[in-house]
Ligand binder design. Structure first.
Ligand SMILES: Cc1cc2nc3c(=O)[nH]c(=O)nc-3n(C[C@H](O)[C@H](O)[C@H](O)COP(=O)(O)OP(=O)(O)OC[C@H]3O[C@@H](n4cnc5c(N)ncnc54)[C@H](O)[C@@H]3O)c2cc1C
Length: 464
Protein backbone atom coordinates (compact mmCIF):
# COMPACT_ATOMS: atom_id res chain seq x y z
CA UNK A 1 0.00 0.00 0.00
CA UNK A 2 1.29 3.44 -0.99
CA UNK A 3 1.86 5.76 2.00
CA UNK A 4 1.75 9.56 2.03
CA UNK A 5 3.31 11.79 4.64
CA UNK A 6 1.53 14.89 5.91
CA UNK A 7 0.99 17.04 8.98
CA UNK A 8 -2.83 16.98 8.89
CA UNK A 9 -5.22 14.50 7.31
CA UNK A 10 -8.50 16.37 6.77
CA UNK A 11 -11.67 14.31 6.31
CA UNK A 12 -14.15 16.27 4.21
CA UNK A 13 -13.81 19.22 1.84
CA UNK A 14 -17.15 20.74 2.84
CA UNK A 15 -17.41 24.28 4.14
CA UNK A 16 -16.11 23.20 7.54
CA UNK A 17 -12.98 21.30 6.44
CA UNK A 18 -12.18 24.04 3.90
CA UNK A 19 -12.58 26.90 6.42
CA UNK A 20 -10.18 25.08 8.77
CA UNK A 21 -7.44 24.48 6.19
CA UNK A 22 -7.76 28.03 4.85
CA UNK A 23 -6.76 29.56 8.20
CA UNK A 24 -4.06 26.97 8.84
CA UNK A 25 -2.42 27.86 5.52
CA UNK A 26 -1.98 31.45 6.73
CA UNK A 27 -1.18 30.78 10.36
CA UNK A 28 1.22 27.78 10.02
CA UNK A 29 3.56 26.26 7.44
CA UNK A 30 1.92 22.84 7.77
CA UNK A 31 1.09 20.40 4.97
CA UNK A 32 -2.38 18.89 4.38
CA UNK A 33 -3.99 15.87 2.75
CA UNK A 34 -7.73 16.41 2.15
CA UNK A 35 -9.95 13.43 1.35
CA UNK A 36 -13.59 13.58 0.27
CA UNK A 37 -16.20 11.23 -1.16
CA UNK A 38 -17.56 13.95 -3.45
CA UNK A 39 -15.96 14.67 -6.82
CA UNK A 40 -15.74 18.39 -6.03
CA UNK A 41 -15.10 20.49 -2.92
CA UNK A 42 -18.13 22.07 -1.23
CA UNK A 43 -19.64 18.98 0.43
CA UNK A 44 -23.44 18.85 0.42
CA UNK A 45 -23.68 21.89 -1.87
CA UNK A 46 -22.79 19.44 -4.67
CA UNK A 47 -26.10 17.66 -4.04
CA UNK A 48 -28.25 20.73 -3.57
CA UNK A 49 -31.49 21.50 -5.42
CA UNK A 50 -31.10 23.94 -8.32
CA UNK A 51 -32.99 26.82 -6.72
CA UNK A 52 -31.21 26.68 -3.34
CA UNK A 53 -29.49 29.85 -2.12
CA UNK A 54 -27.64 30.63 1.08
CA UNK A 55 -30.18 31.85 3.60
CA UNK A 56 -27.58 34.20 5.07
CA UNK A 57 -25.63 36.87 3.17
CA UNK A 58 -22.74 35.53 1.06
CA UNK A 59 -20.62 38.23 2.69
CA UNK A 60 -19.91 35.99 5.71
CA UNK A 61 -20.00 32.47 4.26
CA UNK A 62 -17.14 30.30 2.96
CA UNK A 63 -13.50 30.64 4.00
CA UNK A 64 -11.79 33.56 5.73
CA UNK A 65 -9.38 34.50 2.95
CA UNK A 66 -11.64 34.72 -0.10
CA UNK A 67 -14.71 36.83 -0.65
CA UNK A 68 -17.86 35.08 -1.84
CA UNK A 69 -19.90 37.25 -4.21
CA UNK A 70 -19.42 40.99 -4.55
CA UNK A 71 -21.30 42.40 -1.54
CA UNK A 72 -24.08 43.48 -3.89
CA UNK A 73 -27.42 44.59 -2.46
CA UNK A 74 -30.30 42.78 -4.20
CA UNK A 75 -32.60 45.15 -6.04
CA UNK A 76 -35.52 42.86 -6.70
CA UNK A 77 -37.25 39.74 -5.34
CA UNK A 78 -37.96 38.74 -1.76
CA UNK A 79 -34.40 39.62 -0.67
CA UNK A 80 -34.68 43.17 -2.02
CA UNK A 81 -32.63 45.69 -0.06
CA UNK A 82 -30.39 43.06 1.53
CA UNK A 83 -26.95 41.59 0.80
CA UNK A 84 -26.89 39.01 -1.98
CA UNK A 85 -27.41 35.30 -1.25
CA UNK A 86 -25.19 32.98 -3.31
CA UNK A 87 -26.93 30.24 -5.27
CA UNK A 88 -25.86 26.63 -4.71
CA UNK A 89 -23.98 26.70 -8.04
CA UNK A 90 -22.12 29.83 -6.94
CA UNK A 91 -21.18 28.20 -3.63
CA UNK A 92 -19.79 25.11 -5.41
CA UNK A 93 -17.87 27.28 -7.91
CA UNK A 94 -16.47 29.29 -5.00
CA UNK A 95 -15.16 26.24 -3.12
CA UNK A 96 -13.71 24.84 -6.35
CA UNK A 97 -11.82 28.12 -6.82
CA UNK A 98 -10.62 28.11 -3.20
CA UNK A 99 -9.31 24.57 -3.69
CA UNK A 100 -7.70 25.20 -7.07
CA UNK A 101 -6.23 28.65 -6.61
CA UNK A 102 -5.49 28.90 -2.94
CA UNK A 103 -5.10 25.35 -1.60
CA UNK A 104 -3.47 23.49 -4.50
CA UNK A 105 -1.74 26.70 -5.57
CA UNK A 106 0.01 26.84 -2.18
CA UNK A 107 1.82 23.57 -2.90
CA UNK A 108 0.98 22.49 0.66
CA UNK A 109 -2.33 20.74 0.00
CA UNK A 110 -2.96 17.43 -1.70
CA UNK A 111 -6.61 16.77 -2.51
CA UNK A 112 -8.17 13.34 -3.03
CA UNK A 113 -11.76 13.58 -4.32
CA UNK A 114 -13.89 10.44 -4.80
CA UNK A 115 -12.07 8.82 -1.89
CA UNK A 116 -13.24 7.90 1.59
CA UNK A 117 -11.40 7.61 4.86
CA UNK A 118 -11.83 4.03 6.04
CA UNK A 119 -9.75 3.96 9.23
CA UNK A 120 -7.03 5.78 11.13
CA UNK A 121 -4.60 7.10 8.53
CA UNK A 122 -6.14 5.15 5.66
CA UNK A 123 -8.34 6.08 2.73
CA UNK A 124 -9.69 4.27 -0.31
CA UNK A 125 -10.45 5.36 -3.86
CA UNK A 126 -14.15 4.96 -4.62
CA UNK A 127 -13.19 4.27 -8.24
CA UNK A 128 -10.31 1.82 -8.10
CA UNK A 129 -10.84 0.50 -4.57
CA UNK A 130 -7.12 1.00 -3.93
CA UNK A 131 -6.13 1.98 -0.40
CA UNK A 132 -3.60 4.65 0.50
CA UNK A 133 -1.98 4.99 3.91
CA UNK A 134 -1.24 8.35 5.51
CA UNK A 135 1.58 8.91 7.93
CA UNK A 136 0.23 11.83 10.00
CA UNK A 137 2.77 13.99 11.83
CA UNK A 138 0.21 16.08 13.72
CA UNK A 139 -3.50 15.33 13.65
CA UNK A 140 -6.53 13.97 11.83
CA UNK A 141 -9.15 16.68 11.35
CA UNK A 142 -12.71 15.39 11.18
CA UNK A 143 -14.87 17.74 9.10
CA UNK A 144 -17.86 15.38 8.99
CA UNK A 145 -19.39 15.86 12.45
CA UNK A 146 -22.57 17.57 11.23
CA UNK A 147 -23.44 14.65 8.95
CA UNK A 148 -25.38 16.91 6.59
CA UNK A 149 -28.40 15.29 5.01
CA UNK A 150 -30.14 16.74 1.94
CA UNK A 151 -33.20 15.41 0.07
CA UNK A 152 -31.24 14.09 -2.92
CA UNK A 153 -29.03 11.85 -0.79
CA UNK A 154 -31.17 10.96 2.22
CA UNK A 155 -33.35 7.86 2.52
CA UNK A 156 -37.01 8.82 2.15
CA UNK A 157 -38.79 8.50 5.50
CA UNK A 158 -42.23 7.51 4.17
CA UNK A 159 -43.60 4.95 1.72
CA UNK A 160 -44.96 5.93 -1.68
CA UNK A 161 -47.43 3.71 -3.54
CA UNK A 162 -46.88 2.85 -7.19
CA UNK A 163 -48.20 5.52 -9.53
CA UNK A 164 -47.71 8.38 -7.04
CA UNK A 165 -45.30 11.06 -8.32
CA UNK A 166 -42.90 11.94 -5.50
CA UNK A 167 -39.64 13.76 -6.23
CA UNK A 168 -36.82 15.55 -4.45
CA UNK A 169 -36.61 19.33 -4.85
CA UNK A 170 -33.69 18.62 -7.24
CA UNK A 171 -36.18 17.21 -9.76
CA UNK A 172 -38.93 19.75 -9.15
CA UNK A 173 -38.02 22.22 -11.95
CA UNK A 174 -37.93 19.37 -14.49
CA UNK A 175 -41.23 17.80 -13.37
CA UNK A 176 -43.24 20.87 -12.47
CA UNK A 177 -44.90 21.61 -15.80
CA UNK A 178 -46.43 18.13 -15.99
CA UNK A 179 -48.53 18.79 -12.87
CA UNK A 180 -51.12 21.24 -11.65
CA UNK A 181 -51.25 20.26 -7.97
CA UNK A 182 -48.32 20.09 -5.58
CA UNK A 183 -47.85 18.81 -2.05
CA UNK A 184 -44.73 19.87 -0.19
CA UNK A 185 -43.77 17.38 2.52
CA UNK A 186 -41.79 18.90 5.40
CA UNK A 187 -41.59 22.27 7.11
CA UNK A 188 -37.90 23.19 7.24
CA UNK A 189 -36.05 25.73 5.09
CA UNK A 190 -35.94 23.38 2.07
CA UNK A 191 -39.74 23.06 2.12
CA UNK A 192 -40.07 26.85 2.45
CA UNK A 193 -37.71 27.27 -0.52
CA UNK A 194 -39.81 24.84 -2.59
CA UNK A 195 -43.05 26.68 -1.72
CA UNK A 196 -41.54 30.11 -2.46
CA UNK A 197 -40.03 28.82 -5.71
CA UNK A 198 -43.45 27.53 -6.88
CA UNK A 199 -45.17 30.80 -5.95
CA UNK A 200 -42.41 32.96 -7.48
CA UNK A 201 -43.00 30.97 -10.67
CA UNK A 202 -46.72 31.77 -10.66
CA UNK A 203 -48.13 28.58 -9.19
CA UNK A 204 -51.63 29.11 -7.82
CA UNK A 205 -51.37 29.11 -3.98
CA UNK A 206 -54.58 27.05 -3.86
CA UNK A 207 -52.86 24.36 -5.95
CA UNK A 208 -50.28 23.84 -3.19
CA UNK A 209 -50.80 21.64 -0.11
CA UNK A 210 -48.16 21.95 2.55
CA UNK A 211 -47.59 19.19 5.12
CA UNK A 212 -46.25 20.95 8.22
CA UNK A 213 -45.43 18.51 11.04
CA UNK A 214 -43.87 21.30 13.16
CA UNK A 215 -44.03 25.09 12.94
CA UNK A 216 -40.73 26.91 13.18
CA UNK A 217 -39.36 30.11 14.60
CA UNK A 218 -37.27 31.83 11.94
CA UNK A 219 -34.49 34.41 12.12
CA UNK A 220 -35.26 37.73 10.48
CA UNK A 221 -32.71 38.32 7.72
CA UNK A 222 -33.01 42.08 8.19
CA UNK A 223 -31.01 41.69 11.41
CA UNK A 224 -28.17 39.68 9.83
CA UNK A 225 -26.85 42.31 7.41
CA UNK A 226 -23.08 42.66 7.85
CA UNK A 227 -22.54 46.35 7.13
CA UNK A 228 -22.42 49.56 9.08
CA UNK A 229 -25.29 50.77 6.89
CA UNK A 230 -27.42 48.25 8.79
CA UNK A 231 -25.96 49.07 12.22
CA UNK A 232 -29.34 49.88 13.75
CA UNK A 233 -30.91 46.65 12.44
CA UNK A 234 -27.93 44.35 13.12
CA UNK A 235 -26.45 45.63 16.39
CA UNK A 236 -29.76 47.14 17.45
CA UNK A 237 -31.29 43.73 16.74
CA UNK A 238 -28.67 42.06 18.93
CA UNK A 239 -29.40 44.57 21.70
CA UNK A 240 -33.07 43.63 21.38
CA UNK A 241 -32.20 39.94 21.66
CA UNK A 242 -30.15 40.59 24.79
CA UNK A 243 -33.01 42.58 26.35
CA UNK A 244 -35.43 39.75 25.55
CA UNK A 245 -33.05 37.21 27.10
CA UNK A 246 -32.47 39.40 30.17
CA UNK A 247 -36.16 39.92 30.92
CA UNK A 248 -37.94 36.73 29.80
CA UNK A 249 -39.84 34.73 32.39
CA UNK A 250 -40.18 31.51 30.32
CA UNK A 251 -39.21 30.06 26.93
CA UNK A 252 -42.59 31.16 25.52
CA UNK A 253 -42.16 34.66 26.91
CA UNK A 254 -38.60 34.76 25.51
CA UNK A 255 -39.79 34.01 21.97
CA UNK A 256 -42.68 36.45 22.26
CA UNK A 257 -40.15 39.12 23.21
CA UNK A 258 -37.75 38.08 20.43
CA UNK A 259 -40.63 38.31 17.97
CA UNK A 260 -41.67 41.71 19.30
CA UNK A 261 -38.06 42.93 18.93
CA UNK A 262 -38.06 41.84 15.27
CA UNK A 263 -35.40 39.13 15.74
CA UNK A 264 -37.76 36.18 15.19
CA UNK A 265 -40.50 35.62 12.66
CA UNK A 266 -43.10 32.89 12.21
CA UNK A 267 -45.33 32.10 9.29
CA UNK A 268 -48.56 31.54 11.22
CA UNK A 269 -48.83 33.99 14.10
CA UNK A 270 -51.70 32.02 15.65
CA UNK A 271 -49.50 28.97 16.30
CA UNK A 272 -46.65 28.50 18.77
CA UNK A 273 -43.69 26.90 16.96
CA UNK A 274 -41.87 23.96 18.52
CA UNK A 275 -38.90 24.04 16.14
CA UNK A 276 -35.96 26.43 15.90
CA UNK A 277 -33.20 25.59 13.39
CA UNK A 278 -31.74 29.08 12.71
CA UNK A 279 -33.45 29.18 9.29
CA UNK A 280 -33.11 32.78 8.14
CA UNK A 281 -35.85 34.40 6.11
CA UNK A 282 -37.09 37.75 4.84
CA UNK A 283 -40.51 39.23 5.49
CA UNK A 284 -41.02 39.04 1.68
CA UNK A 285 -40.66 35.24 1.78
CA UNK A 286 -42.97 35.07 4.81
CA UNK A 287 -45.59 37.04 2.85
CA UNK A 288 -45.33 34.55 -0.02
CA UNK A 289 -45.63 31.55 2.32
CA UNK A 290 -48.72 33.00 4.01
CA UNK A 291 -50.51 32.81 0.65
CA UNK A 292 -50.64 29.02 1.05
CA UNK A 293 -53.81 28.16 2.92
CA UNK A 294 -53.95 24.36 2.49
CA UNK A 295 -51.78 23.38 5.46
CA UNK A 296 -51.91 19.78 6.72
CA UNK A 297 -50.89 19.49 10.35
CA UNK A 298 -51.49 15.83 11.14
CA UNK A 299 -47.78 15.26 11.83
CA UNK A 300 -45.30 13.09 9.94
CA UNK A 301 -46.28 11.10 6.86
CA UNK A 302 -46.32 7.30 7.00
CA UNK A 303 -47.45 6.54 3.44
CA UNK A 304 -48.78 8.24 0.33
CA UNK A 305 -51.40 6.36 -1.68
CA UNK A 306 -52.85 7.66 -4.97
CA UNK A 307 -55.99 9.03 -3.29
CA UNK A 308 -54.89 9.58 0.33
CA UNK A 309 -52.07 10.59 2.62
CA UNK A 310 -51.65 8.38 5.69
CA UNK A 311 -49.99 10.01 8.69
CA UNK A 312 -47.94 8.28 11.41
CA UNK A 313 -50.68 9.10 13.96
CA UNK A 314 -53.13 7.02 11.90
CA UNK A 315 -55.06 9.96 10.46
CA UNK A 316 -55.60 10.28 6.73
CA UNK A 317 -56.19 13.15 4.31
CA UNK A 318 -57.75 12.85 0.85
CA UNK A 319 -55.38 13.41 -2.08
CA UNK A 320 -55.68 14.23 -5.77
CA UNK A 321 -54.02 11.40 -7.77
CA UNK A 322 -52.45 13.91 -10.19
CA UNK A 323 -50.46 15.62 -7.38
CA UNK A 324 -46.70 15.99 -7.52
CA UNK A 325 -45.25 15.40 -4.02
CA UNK A 326 -41.95 17.04 -3.12
CA UNK A 327 -39.96 15.32 -0.37
CA UNK A 328 -38.34 18.02 1.78
CA UNK A 329 -37.93 15.91 4.92
CA UNK A 330 -34.11 15.61 5.09
CA UNK A 331 -32.76 16.94 8.39
CA UNK A 332 -29.93 19.20 7.01
CA UNK A 333 -27.52 18.86 9.93
CA UNK A 334 -27.57 16.44 12.86
CA UNK A 335 -28.99 18.67 15.57
CA UNK A 336 -28.93 15.97 18.24
CA UNK A 337 -25.29 14.92 17.71
CA UNK A 338 -23.52 14.58 21.04
CA UNK A 339 -20.79 17.17 21.45
CA UNK A 340 -17.26 16.00 22.23
CA UNK A 341 -13.93 17.69 22.97
CA UNK A 342 -12.73 19.39 19.79
CA UNK A 343 -9.06 18.70 20.51
CA UNK A 344 -8.58 15.13 21.65
CA UNK A 345 -5.13 13.58 21.29
CA UNK A 346 -4.37 13.10 17.63
CA UNK A 347 -7.87 14.11 16.54
CA UNK A 348 -9.65 17.42 15.95
CA UNK A 349 -13.44 17.06 15.62
CA UNK A 350 -14.73 20.32 14.17
CA UNK A 351 -17.98 21.45 15.80
CA UNK A 352 -19.92 24.65 16.32
CA UNK A 353 -18.28 27.34 18.44
CA UNK A 354 -20.72 30.06 17.51
CA UNK A 355 -24.01 28.57 16.42
CA UNK A 356 -25.07 28.55 13.67
CA UNK A 357 -21.90 29.88 11.98
CA UNK A 358 -20.12 26.62 11.13
CA UNK A 359 -17.41 27.95 8.75
CA UNK A 360 -16.52 30.69 11.29
CA UNK A 361 -16.36 28.03 14.02
CA UNK A 362 -13.92 25.91 11.97
CA UNK A 363 -11.79 28.98 11.24
CA UNK A 364 -11.53 29.79 14.95
CA UNK A 365 -10.59 26.19 15.79
CA UNK A 366 -7.79 26.48 13.21
CA UNK A 367 -6.50 29.73 14.70
CA UNK A 368 -6.46 28.15 18.15
CA UNK A 369 -4.73 25.01 16.82
CA UNK A 370 -2.07 27.20 15.23
CA UNK A 371 -1.39 29.52 18.17
CA UNK A 372 -1.98 27.64 21.42
CA UNK A 373 0.12 24.82 22.83
CA UNK A 374 -1.74 22.73 25.38
CA UNK A 375 -4.82 20.70 24.63
CA UNK A 376 -6.43 22.05 27.81
CA UNK A 377 -5.94 25.64 26.67
CA UNK A 378 -7.28 24.84 23.18
CA UNK A 379 -10.40 23.16 24.54
CA UNK A 380 -10.94 26.03 27.01
CA UNK A 381 -11.13 28.41 24.04
CA UNK A 382 -13.15 26.06 21.86
CA UNK A 383 -16.13 24.74 23.81
CA UNK A 384 -18.59 23.09 21.42
CA UNK A 385 -21.97 24.83 21.30
CA UNK A 386 -25.19 22.97 20.67
CA UNK A 387 -27.03 23.50 17.36
CA UNK A 388 -30.53 24.16 18.62
CA UNK A 389 -33.46 22.02 17.48
CA UNK A 390 -36.13 23.57 19.72
CA UNK A 391 -36.89 27.01 21.20
CA UNK A 392 -35.67 25.77 24.61
CA UNK A 393 -32.33 24.77 23.08
CA UNK A 394 -31.94 28.28 21.65
CA UNK A 395 -31.16 29.37 25.23
CA UNK A 396 -28.38 26.80 25.59
CA UNK A 397 -26.84 27.78 22.27
CA UNK A 398 -27.08 31.52 23.08
CA UNK A 399 -25.32 31.02 26.43
CA UNK A 400 -22.67 28.81 24.80
CA UNK A 401 -22.01 31.43 22.12
CA UNK A 402 -21.68 34.16 24.74
CA UNK A 403 -19.33 32.07 26.92
CA UNK A 404 -17.00 31.41 23.96
CA UNK A 405 -17.13 35.06 22.90
CA UNK A 406 -16.20 36.13 26.44
CA UNK A 407 -13.21 33.73 26.46
CA UNK A 408 -12.01 35.06 23.07
CA UNK A 409 -12.31 38.69 24.23
CA UNK A 410 -9.70 37.95 26.91
CA UNK A 411 -7.17 36.91 24.22
CA UNK A 412 -5.95 40.11 22.49
CA UNK A 413 -4.37 38.48 19.42
CA UNK A 414 -7.25 36.05 18.85
CA UNK A 415 -9.79 38.84 19.37
CA UNK A 416 -7.99 41.17 16.94
CA UNK A 417 -7.82 38.40 14.32
CA UNK A 418 -11.49 37.57 14.83
CA UNK A 419 -12.79 41.11 14.44
CA UNK A 420 -10.97 41.33 11.08
CA UNK A 421 -12.37 37.99 9.88
CA UNK A 422 -14.92 38.18 7.05
CA UNK A 423 -16.81 35.18 8.50
CA UNK A 424 -17.70 37.16 11.63
CA UNK A 425 -20.70 39.25 10.52
CA UNK A 426 -20.81 41.83 13.29
CA UNK A 427 -17.18 42.53 14.29
CA UNK A 428 -16.73 44.67 11.19
CA UNK A 429 -20.07 46.46 11.67
CA UNK A 430 -19.06 47.72 15.12
CA UNK A 431 -15.52 48.47 13.97
CA UNK A 432 -16.70 50.66 11.08
CA UNK A 433 -19.31 52.55 13.10
CA UNK A 434 -18.95 56.01 14.60
CA UNK A 435 -19.97 55.09 18.12
CA UNK A 436 -20.08 58.72 19.20
CA UNK A 437 -23.31 59.14 17.21
CA UNK A 438 -26.08 59.24 19.83
CA UNK A 439 -28.26 56.49 18.29
CA UNK A 440 -25.32 54.11 17.92
CA UNK A 441 -23.98 54.96 21.38
CA UNK A 442 -27.40 54.21 22.84
CA UNK A 443 -27.49 50.83 21.05
CA UNK A 444 -24.02 49.93 22.34
CA UNK A 445 -25.11 50.89 25.85
CA UNK A 446 -28.12 48.56 25.57
CA UNK A 447 -25.74 45.77 24.47
CA UNK A 448 -23.37 46.38 27.40
CA UNK A 449 -26.13 46.79 29.98
CA UNK A 450 -27.91 43.58 29.00
CA UNK A 451 -25.04 41.20 28.28
CA UNK A 452 -24.55 39.76 31.77
CA UNK A 453 -28.25 39.92 32.79
CA UNK A 454 -29.12 38.02 29.58
CA UNK A 455 -26.71 35.16 30.33
CA UNK A 456 -27.74 35.09 34.01
CA UNK A 457 -31.45 34.99 33.23
CA UNK A 458 -31.11 32.32 30.52
CA UNK A 459 -29.10 30.14 32.92
CA UNK A 460 -31.89 30.57 35.48
CA UNK A 461 -34.56 29.63 32.91
CA UNK A 462 -32.53 26.63 31.74
CA UNK A 463 -32.13 25.41 35.32
CA UNK A 464 -35.88 25.77 35.85
C1 LIG B 1 -29.86 23.40 1.93
C2 LIG B 1 -28.91 23.93 2.96
C3 LIG B 1 -28.66 25.29 3.05
C4 LIG B 1 -27.78 25.79 4.02
N1 LIG B 1 -27.56 27.13 4.09
C5 LIG B 1 -26.68 27.61 5.00
C6 LIG B 1 -26.38 29.00 5.10
O1 LIG B 1 -26.93 29.82 4.38
N2 LIG B 1 -25.50 29.40 6.02
C7 LIG B 1 -24.89 28.52 6.87
O2 LIG B 1 -24.07 28.92 7.70
N3 LIG B 1 -25.16 27.21 6.81
C8 LIG B 1 -26.03 26.73 5.91
N4 LIG B 1 -26.29 25.41 5.87
C9 LIG B 1 -25.65 24.53 6.86
C10 LIG B 1 -24.47 23.81 6.19
O3 LIG B 1 -24.65 22.49 6.51
C11 LIG B 1 -23.14 24.36 6.63
O4 LIG B 1 -23.02 25.71 6.29
C12 LIG B 1 -21.96 23.66 5.95
O5 LIG B 1 -22.12 23.65 4.57
C13 LIG B 1 -21.74 22.30 6.49
O6 LIG B 1 -20.52 21.89 5.95
P1 LIG B 1 -19.80 20.58 6.43
O7 LIG B 1 -18.42 20.68 5.89
O8 LIG B 1 -19.98 20.41 7.89
O9 LIG B 1 -20.63 19.38 5.79
P2 LIG B 1 -20.70 18.79 4.33
O10 LIG B 1 -21.01 19.83 3.34
O11 LIG B 1 -21.65 17.64 4.42
O12 LIG B 1 -19.23 18.25 4.04
C14 LIG B 1 -18.72 17.09 4.64
C15 LIG B 1 -17.94 16.34 3.58
O13 LIG B 1 -17.34 15.23 4.21
C16 LIG B 1 -17.31 14.16 3.27
N5 LIG B 1 -17.15 12.91 4.02
C17 LIG B 1 -17.95 12.40 4.98
N6 LIG B 1 -17.44 11.24 5.46
C18 LIG B 1 -16.30 11.01 4.77
C19 LIG B 1 -15.33 9.99 4.78
N7 LIG B 1 -15.40 8.95 5.62
N8 LIG B 1 -14.30 10.08 3.92
C20 LIG B 1 -14.20 11.11 3.07
N9 LIG B 1 -15.08 12.13 3.02
C21 LIG B 1 -16.12 12.07 3.86
C22 LIG B 1 -18.61 14.28 2.54
O14 LIG B 1 -18.52 13.68 1.27
C23 LIG B 1 -18.79 15.80 2.45
O15 LIG B 1 -18.34 16.31 1.22
C24 LIG B 1 -27.16 24.89 4.91
C25 LIG B 1 -27.43 23.52 4.82
C26 LIG B 1 -28.29 23.04 3.87
C27 LIG B 1 -28.55 21.57 3.82
Amino acid sequence: MKTLETDYLVIGSGAVGMAFVDVMLDETDADFVIVDRHHMPGGHWNDAYPFVRLHQPSAFYGVSSMQLGSDRIDEWGSNKGFFELASGAEVVAYFERVMRERFLGSGRVRYFPLCEVVGEGRFRSLLSGKEIGVDIAKRTVDGTFFNTSVPSTHKRKFAVAEGVACVTPNELPRQVTAHRRFTIVGAGKTAMDACVWLLDNSADPDAINWIVPRDSWLLNRAQTQPSVKFFNEAIGGFAGQLEACANASSVEDLFDRLEASGAMLRIDETRRPSMFHYATISTGEIAQLRRIKNILRQGRVERIDPDSIVFKNGETAPADPSTLYVDCTATAVEFAAERQPIFNGTRITLQSLRSPLLPLSAAIAAYVEAHYESEEEKNRLCKPVILADTPAEFMQSFVGNMANQYAWLQEPALNAWLTENRLDPFGKVVRAADLSEPVKAQIMKRVQDNMMPAVGNLQKLMAA
